[in-house]
Design a protein around this ligand. Structure first.
Ligand code: ADP
Length: 191
């Protein structure tokens, strides 16, 4: 089984590229952001907990996020591969994912990081905010906070996978197809 961590700041295009990956490779796509937004829509207990953090552009606490992720992995035992989109976002999440996947003998295969300049990120997120209905995309201060949170809490996760020689970085600017081709070049070496 192939486990790919798709990594990059808010607005780097993880969700868009993940959909292209699942179409081509048939992997399961797990987006923690989508799972939380669904939980909020369905007014579950977890959704209520997550909302306060998401509205401010802060991370949902690790124990909530890790518990949710483990449950989704357990619910999908027979997949060819998994694309992790928006997870892990802290070193504690990365460590928990390692322990969980190693216990199933299916370790993380690769992290693919999308590199996009901060200026381009802010432009993309404000644009998405115009029609996505996502409150966290509509406000420049919340966007700025999400990028700060990414730089302080999430970037160290790249180091975690670099140490394991599982890190690949690609340019996340250009046309969707150009970016996807760069991702495929990395993936085709491991599938
Ligand atoms: P983006 O990457 O564009 O910010 P996401 O949909 O991945 O969008 O995430 C939206 C929000 O959901 C985050 O700002 C955060 O509050 C929450 N979230 C998503 N994934 C995680 C995670 N792994 N850990 C903690 N919070 C998360």
């Amino acid at each position: 089984m192939i486990n790919v961590v798709l990594f990059g700041p808010p607005g780097s295009g993880k969700g868009t590229q993940a959909v292209k990956m699942l179409e081509k490779y048939g992997f399961l796509h797990i987006s923690t952001g989508d799972l939380f937004r669904n939980a909020i829509k369905n007014e579950t207990e977890m959704g209520l907990k997550a909302k306060a953090f998401m509205d401010k552009g802060n991370l949902v606490p690790d124990e909530v996020t890790i518990g949710m992720m483990n449950a989704v992995i357990n619910d999908n035992p027979d997949v060819k591969g998994i694309i992790f989109d928006g997870f892990p976002r802290t070193v504690a999440q990365a460590e928990a994912l390692d322990v969980f996947l190693n216990s199933k003998n299916t370790p993380v295969s690769k992290m693919i990081a999308l590199e996009v300049s901060e200026e381009e990120l802010i432009k993309r997120l404000l644009n998405r905010g115009k029609d996505s209905g996502r409150a966290d995309d509509a406000d420049r201060d919340i966007i700025k906070n999400r990028i700060d949170v990414y730089n302080s809490q999430t970037l160290p996760v790249a180091g975690f996978y670099k140490e394991q020689n599982k890190f690949a970085s690609i340019k996340g600017e250009g046309s969707l197809d150009e970016i996807f081709a760069r991702i495929c070049a990395v993936l085709d070496e491991i599938v």
